[in-house]
Design a binder for this molecule. Structure first.
Ligand SMILES: [Ca+2]
Ligand SMILES: [Ca+2]
Length: 372
């Protein structure tokens, strides 16, 4: 046999091995990348093969147990996992049913495997950042707290967006059972609220204070380039805020990753936010009847031993400081210039404090760490 024939023979052997399904295995419905855990990253894998089809599984079943594959599909994810794993319910097609019946139902489930390596948190100042942008607004008569999710900025645009997955945690001293929602916004550069070219997976575990969010496009020939708002978390404030004097609420991204249509991962810098809410704020926003945005202020040094400067583009008013329990802390504050304030906290223990104030009538909150 000549070298050329030998090569063709070997190729044929390899092809046979793939096409007869010898690499088939057992699908845990929802664990699309077969790494041992069901999470938002599985939606991203599924999104890259959305609409594709292949052989049926032995049984159409999404129960959390090993489901045998009779015949593997003819194609693979970059990590070597067969595309049959994206057909979570085993009906031969990758579509929304696989998300609704398997990924959503089995979210958080684990089997053999570590689940490690799904996420890729970036380095501040180097990688593309994600940012929270809080606002209060009236939406069909309801007072809503909205926390916009922004990706990229003026210097770091996202060039090849196909999917984004995040895991978040939140703490609140006043919301017993907060119930969040997430939706793509009208001004989203990824897709609109109708989700014509995308799928959004959002789960809020109120007991644990954990949220899981994943957004994927559904046309593998498409990707997006852009920066700015993708969507927004929202929570109805009406029942929460009545009778509330002052309280804090914080939300942070624990893990995040961005992928392109080839499942090549990009590190993203996570964000954290602390908000102070009060009945005052409700009255204020009622009067203004519009969005309250957070203006840009700087506190320095931060951390500090109990004395720091706050500066902004305009004069700063009504400075107040609260501990993480939402209790107000006495301060001495005096103006060092028209746009700068020296704040001293005379009696304070080390920890995180929240500063609120107003700039040109707009409220802001800032976090400062006292380390003496
Ligand atoms: Ca997985
Ligand atoms: Ca299916």
């Amino acid at each position: 046999m000549g070298i050329k024939h030998m090569r063709n023979f070997l190729l044929l052997l390899i092809f046979s091995a793939f096409s007869t399904g010898q690499l088939s295995g057992q699908v845990w419905p929802g664990d699309v990348n077969n790494n041992g855990v069901v999470n938002g990253v599985d939606l991203l894998y599924l999104g890259t093969v959305f609409g594709s089809s292949g052989p049926l599984r032995a049984e159409e079943d999404t129960n959390w147990e090993a489901q045998p594959i009779i015949e593997a599909w003819g194609s693979f994810f970059p990590n070597g996992v067969n595309h049959a794993f994206a057909d979570c319910n085993g009906d031969g097609t990758v579509d929304e049913d696989d998300i609704d019946e398997a990924i959503k139902n089995n979210l958080g489930q684990t089997h053999d495997g570590s689940g490690l390596g799904d996420f890729n948190n970036g380095i501040p100042g180097f990688d593309i950042p994600v940012e929270f942008s809080p606002s209060l607004s009236f939406d069909e008569g309801d007072l809503m707290l909205k926390i916009g999710l922004l990706l990229g900025n003026e210097t770091l645009e996202v060039e090849d967006f196909y999917g984004l997955a995040l895991q978040l945690s939140y703490t609140s001293s006043f919301i017993d059972e907060p119930s969040f929602d997430f939706a793509l916004t009208e001004d989203s550069w990824v897709d609109g609220p109708e989700e014509e070219h995308s799928v959004v997976l959002f789960e809020d575990d109120e007991d644990k204070g954990k949220m899981e969010l994943a957004i994927t496009l559904t046309d593998p020939t498409q990707s997006r380039t852009g920066r700015g708002r993708i969507g927004a978390f929202s929570i109805v404030m009406e029942d929460i805020i009545v009778g509330l004097i002052q309280d804090t609420f914080s939300i942070q991204i624990d893990s995040i990753v961005l992928i392109n249509s080839e499942i090549s991962k990009t590190a993203i810098v996570p964000d954290t936010i602390s908000l102070i809410l009060s009945e005052d704020l409700l009255i204020l926003s009622n009067e203004a009847s519009s969005t309250i945005q957070t203006p840009i202020v700087q506190t320095y040094p931060n951390p500090n031993p109990g004395q720091f400067l706050i500066s902004a583009d305009e004069s700063i008013e009504n400075i107040r400081v609260f501990n993480v329990l939402g209790q107000e802390v006495p301060i001495n504050a005096h103006q060092t210039s028209s746009r700068e304030l020296m704040v001293e906290i005379p009696q304070v223990s080390p920890g995180t404090y929240i500063i609120t104030g107003q700039i040109a009538g707009t409220r802001f909150t800032e976090k400062v760490i006292i380390n003496r």
